[in-house]
Design a protein around this ligand. Sequence first.
Ligand code: CP
Ligand code: NVA
Length: 304
Amino acid sequence: MPVRHFLTLNDLSLEELDALLDHASKLKRSLRAGEVRDSLKNRVLAMIFEKSSTRTRVSFEAGMTQLGGAALFLSPRDTQLGRGEPIEDSGRVISSMADAVMIRTFDHQTVTRFASVSKAPVINALTDDYHPCQLLADMQTYREHRGNIKGATVTWVGDGNNMCNSYINAAQQFDFQLRIACPPGYEPRADLLAEAGDRVQVIYDPMEAARGSNLLVTDVWASMGQEDEQAARARTFASYQVNPALMGVAAKGALFMHCLPAHRGEEISHDMLEHPGSVVWEEAENRLHAQKALLEFLILGRLD
Ligand code: CP
Ligand code: NVA
């Protein structure tokens, strides 16, 4: 069987995604019940981080330990990756010693190049283009609160960034309507918009986009690697804030998500994380459960 990777949400079929999310909720209940699970005993996950992380690192590392395996934290500062060893050479070597490899980096091609030579499954833990692991947690969180997202309306408010691109993938996979409210010039990738067709609409006005929506989602205005643009973006995005007034025009019972870290007073108001519709803390916790399901799926080739 050829090795499976998870570089975007499109690497799994809808049936596999549904099964994985059900399994994630099962693993969550099992952990809470104090059950011990050693499905990944003696398995090793190599984690390459070329950008900072709190949730991704803790969830993958804790997840591997909870399943009986181990995780290695590799930063370019301490490995030959930071000294110019070609990614394909690193890929051949690391994947010959680890059972799966997780990569957080800048250029999406770094993960596709690594995966092209890897003997072990490769997981995209965020690139400049996509953040599919976060979408697993978001979709798990939505279904735990509201059931199937099929047919729902989701509004993305803010930058057409890596998270927004992954939401476009999710809209196609899970069959929901996605509206994107971004400042002109900050739209997501044109090829992804074209591919999504009328499943995704760019509506520049946040109020118009949020009206009647079942889920509002946002993210920082300046992503990792865009620190120099922070001040200019703060001016451009000033009217793209998720706050109780915006939630007020959404559908009754609308949820609010943010992948975190959040900047209160910028993309969200100071009180937004405590809003009755906010599910951000569960969304963050679900990174752990969803990725444990993903690791079992990719390493064992089954979910049970
Ligand atoms: N949401 C997310 O990926 O968080 P970290 O950057 O802390 O991993
Ligand atoms: N868009 C953000 C997500 C952080 C989890 C970034 O890339 O920095």
